[in-house]
Design a protein around this ligand. Structure first.
Ligand SMILES: [Zn+2]
Length: 191
């Protein structure tokens, strides 16, 4: 039984997460907290997973770097962070994932990228480009607020539809047990 923490004596799931003493069943390593997961590329990325340099950004054809993605010279995507608090554990879980931006906002993001300065603290909108465990299991488009951060920190994503399970997770937090289920979904189940 993988998720039996609540029924066993010993440390709770929250304790395990917070203590950094969480032995992974699949990679045979000890994981700590925060333990963040990241999608290498937007799910529709059709090529092998290899980054070019940000400075080599091309707005035509297909391009992928650590922070930017362009598909067919028409679709513009950025690497962002989708935070989810875990109840009883300090420090949010952060899922590294990708969102679309309009070409106008993509240009603005690139303009401010090196300085990490975005006038008027904009709230852009986009579409989430990665499935996230069973929060976003299918390809249905999910609208997000895309919020640039100062000082070269990654953009933050907030699910727009307040009734969506992932939006509720972002506003109310998830339990440590649920967090471990998400890690298990990605092959990092506690041993
Ligand atoms: Zn692992």
């Amino acid at each position: 039984m993988v998720f039996g923490f609540g029924k066993k004596r010993g440390p709770s799931a929250a304790d395990q997460l917070a203590s950094g003493k969480w032995k992974c069943a699949s990679c045979d390593e000890w994981h700590g907290w925060p333990f963040d997961l990241a999608a290498y590329a937007p799910d529709p990325w059709p090529h092998e997973k290899a980054y070019e340099q940000n400075s080599d950004l091309r707005l035509e054809g297909d391009f992928l770097s650590e922070d930017f993605c362009v598909l067919s010279g028409k679709h513009f995507m950025v690497r962002a962070i989708l935070p989810v608090p875990v109840i009883g554990v300090s420090g949010d879980f952060a899922f590294g994932c990708w969102s679309t931006l309009s070409e106008t906002n993509f240009d603005k993001y690139i303009e401010g990228f090196d300085a990490g300065e975005y006038a008027d603290a904009p709230h852009w909108t986009g579409w989430l480009m990665n499935r996230i465990a069973d929060f976003v299991p299918g390809p249905e488009p999910l609208g997000v607020i895309v919020q640039p951060q100062p000082g070269r920190q990654r953009l933050l994503l907030w699910v727009q539809d307040e009734g969506h399970p992932l939006a509720i997770a972002q506003s109310e937090g998830i339990t440590a047990e649920r967090m471990l289920e998400v890690f298990a979904h990605y092959g990092h189940a506690p041993a």
